[in-house]
Design a binder for this molecule. Structure first.
Ligand code: AMP
Length: 380
């Protein structure tokens, strides 16, 4: 299957080629023709499945044939749960749009930064990627109008509901015209999501992408049984012996992220944390430095890991196990993305052993626990 058979314009086929997208991923193959037909979509897909381009590309094509809307009346609204995802999704719109003949203006807006520049930049925007709270603020001060929205995208809708955005999402829906196209993407299809999609979507085309099992095959999984007080030294030992140049380390709390980072820095490594207590600027800075290799180790919590798009991440380490098996799969999936292989290592203490068993059962894969008592950690 090639992009040629999906009903895309020459302009977009050119942009895809320039971005080195040679073949559509399954979600793109299924979603693009349906979105171009004007259908609603319910896409069950993870980050890494290619879901972003599956809506970005057809939306840009649809907008090409539409008249430019009145100033500050956006045409497409993409709602996302976090600032990081807002920035990332908008980047994809920009990357494609910049390669097209007719440029389409897009913007990402999110809280935690000053609202004024966003108010000014909203001039002439057609595609707005927003977190719910900041969008409502911008609406309240007449910086943007939602009455001409023809396409609504909810990305990572499950996360939005989990984070308690339901009420804000409800308030936004009331401001949108009744007649519009709805595209909803979620990593899971729980009862929460189902009740929401039932009212939101109009006879949707349902697309389910089983990304996890495909991804898992690409990932070498290792696990060490280790006493809690040896986790830090073992982490540093593993970073050295595997010669990890770029590694994402997961912890389950903000406090622990900072503690791990401080210990790493004390031991001469370059490391930085990515969590909800960091300022917006701090997070962007951390991600940029990690991506460009200035910082070797990024220590993140689960929430912040959502949507961090790093195409070729070779190593992921679970300093602590996540509570849910889904999050485990999501974490380690960071290394097996876009068809690249990677290694995921878990540090499992006595108390976590039972939970690690549950995780293995859920992902239908066994990972032998390697004892670490014999490893000489002196000097680490
Ligand atoms: P996403 O799930 O949207 O976060 O996409 C995951 C990664 O796959 C991103 O780095 C994309 O640039 C990349 N990607 C998406 N679709 C394709 C494609 N058809 N060919 C090559 N890379 C792709």
């Amino acid at each position: 299957m090639s992009f040629n058979s999906l009903g895309l314009s020459r302009d977009l086929l050119y942009a895809l080629e320039k971005q080195f997208y040679t073949q559509p991923y399954p979600i793109q193959e299924q979603a693009i023709p349906e979105i171009l037909k004007g259908n609603d979509i319910l896409g069950i897909a993870q980050t890494g499945s290619g879901k972003t381009a599956s809506f970005v590309v057809p939306i840009l094509q649809l907008l090409q044939s539409k008249p430019i809307p009145k100033n500050r009346h956006i045409n497409t609204l993409v709602l996302v749960p976090t600032r990081e995802l807002a920035i990332q999704v908008e980047k994809v719109f920009k990357a494609f749009s910049s390669l097209m003949e007719q440029k389409i203006k897009s913007l990402a807006v999110y809280g935690g930064v000053s609202i004024n520049p966003q108010m000014i930049q909203l001039q002439g925007v057609e595609i707005l990627v927003a977190t719910p709270g900041r969008l409502l603020e911008l609406v309240a001060n007449n910086s943007v109008f939602l009455t001409d929205v023809s396409v609504l995208v909810l990305d990572e809708a499950d996360k939005m509901l989990n984070l308690g955005f339901k009420e804000e999402m409800g308030n936004i829906l009331k401001l949108l015209p009744k007649k519009r196209q709805n595209l909803l993407f979620s990593a899971t299809l729980g009862s929460d999501i189902t009740s929401f999609t039932d009212v939101l979507l109009n006879n949707p085309v349902k697309i389910v992408i089983e990304q996890e099992s495909q991804n898992l095959d690409l990932i070498t999984q290792l696990a060490y049984s280790v006493e809690e007080n040896r986790k830090g030294p073992l982490l540093r030992y593993l970073i050295n012996t595997h010669e990890m140049k770029q590694v994402l380390v997961f912890t389950s709390s903000v406090f622990r992220s900072d503690a791990v980072v401080n210990k790493l820095i004390d031991n001469g490594y370059t490391a930085t944390a990515m969590h909800s207590k960091k300022s917006q600027g701090g997070r962007e800075d951390a991600l940029r430095k990690f991506k460009n290799g200035e910082v070797q180790i990024l220590v993140a919590t689960d929430l912040m890991s959502r949507g961090i798009d790093i195409p070729f991440l070779p190593f992921v380490i679970n300093y602590e196990l996540p509570r849910s098996p889904k999050d485990y799969i999501h974490r380690i999936g960071r290394t097996g993305r876009a068809e690249n292989a990677g290694t995921a290592i878990s540090l499992v203490n006595e108390e976590e052993k039972h939970h690690f068993g549950v995780i293995q059962k859920k992902m239908k894969k066994q990972v032998a626990l390697i004892p670490s008592d014999e490893i000489d950690l002196k000097g680490y």
